[in-house]
Design a protein around this ligand. Structure first.
Ligand SMILES: C[S@@+](CC[C@H](N)C(=O)[O-])C[C@H]1O[C@@H](n2cnc3c(N)ncnc32)[C@H](O)[C@@H]1O
Length: 411
């Protein structure tokens, strides 16, 4: 039986139960209306597809349906008033460290451009250009690939407000840069938002996760895969691990992410692709104890695991499997020049310098050490978030990777 909330709006039992169980705050009327429009769009696709959609298509629509998906609608997603905080939003020290690494690469190349994919609010762009300017290494152009008009406008606003002197160097592009790119390609928390396929091990066979319509929303349906690729990928992982997955084991496959790396690599003539994201190497990702994959949804700074909770007003993400990315890069002729944790990358890139000359009793010292802790402590973003550097034509060791080298874990 439906319930009414305080504003007299009808909600399904299951949604109320979810919010009570998970402590998720209730969306406002505008959020519910937005989600209902997207749900209608998804229902239409499910019907057209004969009653079910592969999870990757559902995730794509939930995040990217024009005008309706989470990254394409009018919501505030980043920062305190949004759903989650990313490293560049948390502290300008993150961009300062990326600037040191990018500056070293541009120096080696004798100049070049910067390309950022999935620039969010534009915070990293504004602060990175500021950092590169201080190092005397401003790129000739800073290219941004951001699919949605609303976020592009927000990025322009951020630059106009906080870094107007650099705006003329920034251009928005509709696809990856043309082949022949020389410089630094960057993506922070992009790959975790690219759609994945989800699988479950049955009694010997491999099943694919589909999304079906239910009376009160959407739900999972596990059936024979849409094609042979899913099963062969799962078998390949099992042979790498040396054991079959147990019955019921559920996880994700990030082929679209690997394809993205291959496409970016094909455009990179000389320079580096720096990928920052939370995730694991293959053996950690598909660890027997990680029985339900890494799907995580963010809504108003709460994390939960239900991708069907008000689609369009919550973020849906899946951790990144870095071994697959590094293999895709190697096949495209790139070198895996570095792989380490965010904490090690930031420390090697000089994050602690920010406090060196400050009075430990000062407010500024407290403020900056608070930010450094959130970026580097293992219980915060320090260990789970990794940095992968893929290069072509760069001979020198990269400064950000001079601490702990985790590359041997990728194989
Ligand atoms: C989790 S946000 C990260 C934003 C920003 N990099 C940061 O760290 O604050 C993901 C970003 O990737 C963008 N995005 C999603 N799919 C994309 C794609 N296929 N190509 C480029 N950007 C994409 C989203 O619109 C959003 O700006």
């Amino acid at each position: 039986m439906p319930h009414c909330n305080a504003d007299g709006v009808l909600l399904c039992n299951s949604k109320i139960a979810q919010m009570v169980l998970t402590g998720l705050p209730e969306p406002d009327a505008a959020g519910r209306a937005h989600s209902a429009r997207l749900a209608e769009r998804i229902r239409y696709e499910i019907e057209r597809a004969g009653g079910r959609l592969g999870f990757s298509r559902y995730m794509d629509l939930a995040l990217n349906a024009p005008g309706l998906g989470y990254y394409r609608g009018p919501l505030r997603r980043f920062g305190r008033e949004g759903d989650f905080v990313t490293a560049p939003e948390m502290s300008p020290l993150f961009a300062r460290c990326v600037a040191r690494q990018a500056g070293q690469i541009l120096d080696q190349l004798g100049g070049g451009e910067v390309f950022e994919a999935g620039a969010g609010s534009g915070r990293l762009c504004a602060d990175l250009l500021g950092g590169l300017d201080l190092l005397g290494r401003l790129p000739s152009r800073y290219l941004i690939l951001e699919p949605g008009a609303e976020l592009r406008a927000r990025q322009r606003e951020t630059l106009q407000r906080d870094a107007p002197e650099f705006l003329s160097r920034v251009s928005w592009i509709d696809d990856l840069p043309a082949a022949g790119f020389v410089g630094v390609m960057l993506a922070n928390e992009l790959l975790d938002s690219l759609p994945v396929r989800r699988f479950r091990k049955g009694a010997g066979e491999v099943l694919e996760a589909f999304v079906e319509q239910r009376r009160d929303g959407f739900g999972w349906r596990y059936e024979a895969p849409e094609d042979g690729e899913l099963e062969s990928s799962v078998s390949a992982i099992e042979s790498t691990l040396g054991a079959p997955f147990p019955q019921g084991y559920t996880s994700e496959l990030g082929h679209e992410r690997e394809a993205w790396v291959s496409s970016a690599a094909a455009r990179l003539e000389r320079g580096a692709l720096l990928l920052v994201d939370y995730g694991y190497t293959l053996s950690e990702y598909y660890h027997p104890e990680r029985r339900d994959g890494t799907l995580a949804c963010y809504y108003r700074h709460r994390v939960h695991h239900d991708p069907f909770f008000f689609p369009g007003i919550q973020d849906i993400s899946v951790h990144v499997e870095f071994t697959g990315l590094s293999r895709a890069a190697l096949l495209s002729g790139l070198d895996v020049a570095g792989f380490t944790s965010q904490a090690e990358f930031l420390i090697a890139s000089g994050i602690l310098d920010a406090c060196r000359d400050l009075d430990p009793q000062s407010r500024e010292f407290m403020r900056l050490t608070g930010q450094i802790k959130r970026l580097t402590l293992p219980g915060e973003m320090g260990e789970l978030t990794k940095v992968l550097a893929l290069t072509r034509g760069i001979d020198c060791p990269l400064i950000g990777f001079s601490g702990r080298d985790l590359r041997d874990r990728l194989s």
